[in-house]
Write a new protein. Structure first.
Length: 256
């Protein structure tokens, strides 16, 4: 009886740690290896991995500065931010098998197809810099499903971060400044999937505001993609309706 009670307490403790654990405790629980800070170059395509901690601050300042320098000197015509979802990160393991691996392949393919297209090639759209915003969305295999609530909560906090907003704004401003020197337009895209979509959605609606997006377009991405966000459909509909009431344009919902 005592053994059974002890086993139950251990299970409850593990569940509580997985669901309500602090970032420090989660460092012990999750299989989060060091962020891969290598800057990958594939001809005209570049991919930077920027580590973001649970409060939305840069955890890899060297790779962040390297990305800023590369955007300024390479003058890409397309900058693509991507915020991954749950069960992914910027670790070495994700580098070879995960969202990071898929993102690298996407950026490389985008550049190749843009070069092969006469119109896109004329505007040098094959010069693309991918920015992979890596946060702690990964955990040990046997606990990964139990971290949903904690990671979902953290994704909300990250979207409310002024630091994360500044990262996006700083890189975007440097990229768009290149338009003035070459007169070739620079396009900046920001996308988020799953909990990454929740981060992007929260960033827009609670940290930046869609009005600011329109009035200060040189500070922010031209296109925001929120893909299957970890938000209720009712919540998304409420945001869209609220924006329409305020007369804000530029917000579109994909057809069901």
């Amino acid at each position: 009886m005592v053994a059974r009670a002890s086993a139950v307490l251990v299970i409850v403790a593990l569940l509580a740690m997985a669901i309500f654990a602090s970032p420090l405790q989660l460092n012990v629980l999750r299989n989060h290896y060091a962020i891969s800070e290598d800057l990958d170059e594939y001809g005209d395509a570049v991919v930077s991995v920027l580590g973001i901690d649970d409060s939305g601050h840069i955890s890899t300042p060297i790779s962040y500065q390297e990305a800023l320098n590369k955007v300024e000197t390479n003058k890409p015509r397309v900058v693509f931010f991507f915020v991954h979802g749950w069960k992914n990160d910027g670790s070495i393991s994700n580098y070879s098998n995960g969202d990071l691996n898929d993102f690298k392949a996407f950026i490389k393919e985008f550049s190749e197809k843009a070069r092969a297209n006469a119109t896109l090639s004329a505007y040098e759209q094959y010069k693309i810099h991918g920015i992979y915003l890596a946060w702690h969305g990964h955990s040990r295999n046997y606990l990964k499903d139990l971290t949903f609530w904690n990671r979902n909560h953290i994704s909300k906090i990250m979207g409310q971060s002024t630091s994360l907003s500044e990262v996006v704004k700083t890189i975007t401003k440097i990229a768009k400044a290149n338009t003035e020197s070459s007169r070739i337009p620079v396009r900046v895209i920001a996308a988020g999937h799953s909990m990454g979509g929740k981060i992007v959605n929260t960033l827009i609606n609670e940290q930046i505001g869609t009005r600011d997006l329109l009035e200060k377009s040189d500070h922010y991405p031209d296109l925001w993609l929120i893909i299957n966000p970890a938000e209720s459909h009712k919540h998304i509909e409420t945001i869209i309706k609220d924006q329409k009431v305020r007369g804000e344009e530029g917000i579109r919902e994909c057809p069901k």
